[in-house]
Each structure stands twice: as structure tokens, then as C-alpha cells.
Design a binder for this molecule. Structure first.
Ligand code: NAD
Ligand code: GLY
Length: 362
């Protein structure tokens, strides 16, 4: 097991990464304020991993109740959130009961938001089971649900007490989901860690082949990057925005195409290429840099052509982005490989040109 800490003063918490961790109730028990927890999961993950997690907790003296929500980004809604509140109330959960989110980013984001709201805040723990959740969404305390007009628009910052990433769970992850996780991993290399980007270029096939040592290295280095950014800028007043490379375009794709049509990581990959194209348009990246990013995404089996929405639709959806300030769109772009910046320098015409250049049909 490898461990690191998200340094947030008295709210600091550990991230444990390794094999066979799901049943380690002993790692969870010391962090609980009472020996009781609600495990939130979904109907895909429950039959695979719920028993192992609940069994380990029981052996450590913790009583659990559970709720499995329907699976899918299209269920990251108020209705699902209300089902979590119903379960918490019906089971008389208290403010010191802990909510444990077992699953991918959808379960983690919803569980975290429910925990942030229930009785004005209850403790929660992330047990991420997708590559994307293990390298990104389980760390940092961003929680949310979607709105029909915009992705992750309703939410709260609420940090977990622990992130327990059992890499064995990745054995059952569909290939398409594994690739989606690689998009967020590549992101760290592009925005702030050129040596990691170079490592990924040398090891991407090992990751696709699910070699445990390669996965462990990629997850650890991703979490180290994310933990450093979150520790420096928990509430996204500056540097944390850079973690959104490709996301403003990607969220527009997810919302515009209908939640669940494109996976989040797929939309981020296509969005990152639009951002790279725009960075080249501003004279920051060389054409060869954009081609280099495209090659890595192709090797990771991710889409490199943007969704075929009109430029007007992209711009309209992007104006809901959380980085919009005073009505001005701010985008994360690349000054160079390994160095991202947040900027409002790009005009609508330049953004439109980058979208057209990356759209499948121009
Ligand atoms: P997801 O939660 O939908 O999981 C992907 C699919 O894999 C689902 O069908 C799920 O049931 C299934 N699954 C999960 N674990 C499995 C396993 N071990 N074996 C087999 N199947 C498994 O998607 P995701 O990619 O994990 O997360 C995407 C979500 O995360 C989006 O809603 C995105 O907005 C959010 N996100 C949040 C943050 C954050 O900082 N909070 C960061 C990035 C993404
Ligand atoms: N995934 C973006 C963030 O956590 O800030």
C-alpha cells in the first residue's frame, strides 16, 4: 500500500492506494465518530464490491446500511440525491454517522454532496472503484449533481476523511472506462508535470494492459499532483482551475449530447484537443505539440474529434461554466506542454475556429 496526505490543516486526510484494500475495515474504523455508516453505491458496483466492503467493516465492529442508486451520469440528479436523504432519515442516521461512497465519480460526487447537506454536514469517505475516480474525483472535496442546463452546477466543497483506492477493483472496469480515466491522468502531465507526460508516453500500453505496477505508479503520481494543487488552492481561487483543462469544452459536449452519451473522460479528451488547438492559434503551442497530444490520446483509445455541436451551441453551453467571471469566459489553455494558464484572452472567433478545426465534420 502507498499512502499520501492531502494537507489541509486539521482537515488533512490520507489517500491509501493498493491491492486488497476494500476489506480493510481496520483502516476505516479509527476515522469514524460512531461505529455506523451508510454505504452509497450503485446497481453495477453493489454486486461486485459491496459485500467485501461491508464485511470488512463488520469485522472491524462497524454496522452498515446501504443504498444502491441506478447507474449512470443521467442519474446524477436531485431525484437521486433525495433518495440518499430518504435513506439517511429512514435509518435515523445522525450527524456523526459516516457516509461511504463506493463507486465511480458519479456516486462519489453525489455521496459527497449528500454528506455536505445532511444535517448541515456529516463525515464522508471515498472508496473509488474507477480509474477516473481513483486519480481525480475522489480527491479534493468537489461534490455536485448535474442540472439540465449545465454539468456539476449544483454542489458544495466537502472534503472526505479518507480516500481508499483498491486497485484490484480496476480488474472489472470496462476498457472504455479505463481509457476515460487515462484522459484525467494525461491532464496532470499536460498542465503541470512534463516528466509525468513523458512517462505516460513511454508507458501508455502498460496502463491499457492493466499492469499493476504501471497503474499503481500512474495513480500515485496523479494523486500527488492533485493533492498538491488542492492543498495550495482548496476553493479554486487560482491554481485549482488549471485542473479543468479541456473541461469547459468537455462539459459542453456532455450537456449538449445528453448526459451519459459521452463519458466524462472522453469529453475531456476531445475538449483538451480543442484547448490545445486554441493554444496553438494563440501562438503558444507548436502544431507539433498538438499532434503529440493527439497521438497520446489516440494510443489511449480516446476520442480526438470534438462532438458535432454547432459553434453557437458550444459557446452557449460554455457560458454556464463556473469559471465565467463578470460574464467573461475564462479558459484553461497551454502556454507550453506541462504549463497551463487560466486566460480570458481568446476571442469568440478564435474559440470558434479551434472548435471547427477539431470537429469531426469541420
Ligand atoms: P461513473 O461513476 O459513471 O463510473 C463509470 C462506470 O463504471 C459506471 O457504469 C459504474 O457503475 C462502473 N463501475 C464503477 N466501478 C466499477 C468497477 N470497479 N468495475 C466495473 N464497473 C465499474 O464515472 P467516472 O468516470 O468514475 O466518473 C465521472 C464523474 O466524475 C462525472 O460525473 C464527473 O463530473 C465527475 N468528476 C468529478 C470530479 C471531482 O473533482 N469531484 C473530477 C472528475 C470527474
Ligand atoms: N477535477 C477538478 C478539480 O477537482 O478541481
Amino acid at each position: 500500500m502507498q499512502s499520501l496526505v492531502v494537507e489541509l490543516g486539521d482537515r488533512s486526510y490520507p489517500i491509501h492506494i493498493g491491492r486488497n484494500l476494500l476489506s480493510r475495515g481496520d483502516l476505516i474504523r479509527p476515522l469514524l465518530r460512531q461505529p455506523r455508516a451508510l454505504i452509497l453505491t450503485n446497481t453495477t458496483v453493489a454486486p461486485l464490491y459491496l459485500e467485501r466492503l461491508a464485511g470488512g467493516l463488520k469485522a472491524a465492529g462497524v454496522d452498515t446500511i446501504d443504498l444502491a442508486l441506478p447507474d449512470g451520469e443521467q442519474y446524477k440528479t436531485w431525484e437521486s440525491l433525495n433518495r440518499v436523504f430518504d435513506a439517511l432519515l429512514v435509518n435515523r442516521c445522525e450527524r456523526s454517522t459516516t457516509l461511504i461512497a463506493l463507486g465511480g465519480g458519479v456516486v462519489g460526487d453525489m455521496g459527497g454532496f449528500a454528506a455536505a447537506c445532511y444535517q448541515r454536514g456529516m463525515p464522508f469517505i471515498q472508496v473509488p472503484t474507477t480509474l477516473l475516480a481513483q486519480v481525480d474525483s475522489s480527491v479534493g472535496g468537489k461534490t455536485a449533481i448535474n442540472h439540465p442546463l449545465g454539468k456539476n452546477m449544483i454542489g458544495a466543497f466537502h472534503q472526505p476523511r479518507l480516500v481508499l483506492a483498491d486497485t484490484d477493483t480496476l480488474d472489472t472496469l470496462p476498457d472504455r472506462e479505463l481509457s476515460a480515466g487515462l484522459a484525467e491522468i494525461i491532464k496532470y502531465g499536460l498542465i503541470r508535470d512534463l516528466p509525468f507526460l513523458q512517462w505516460l508516453e513511454g508507458n501508455i500500453e502498460r496502463l491499457l494492459g492493466r499492469e499493476p505496477a504501471a497503474l499503481a505508479e500512474a495513480i500515485y503520481r496523479s494523486c500527488a499532483n492533485k493533492a498538491a494543487v488542492v492543498a495550495a488552492d482548496e476553493r479554486e481561487s487560482g491554481e485549482r482551475a488549471l485542473l479543468n483543462l479541456g473541461h469547459t469544452f468537455g462539459h459542453a459536449i456532455e450537456t449538449g449530447m445528453g448526459y451519459g452519451t459521452w463519458l466524462h473522460g472522453e469529453a475531456v479528451a476531445a475538449g483538451t484537443l480543442i484547448a490545445a488547438e486554441l493554444s496553438a492559434g494563440l501562438g503558444w503551442l507548436a502544431t507539433a505539440d498538438v499532434a503529440r497530444i493527439e497521438r497520446l490520446f489516440v494510443r489511449a483509445r480516446l476520442p480526438v474529434a470534438a462532438a458535432d455541436l454547432s459553434v453557437e451551441s458550444y459557446l452557449d453551453l460554455m457560458r454556464h461554466d463556473k469559471k465565467v467571471e463578470g460574464g467573461r469566459l475564462r479558459l484553461v489553455l497551454l502556454r507550453s506542454l506541462g504549463h497551463a494558464v487560466l486566460t480570458d484572452e481568446a476571442t469568440d472567433a478564435q474559440i470558434g475556429a479551434a472548435i471547427r478545426a477539431r470537429r469531426a465534420n469541420g
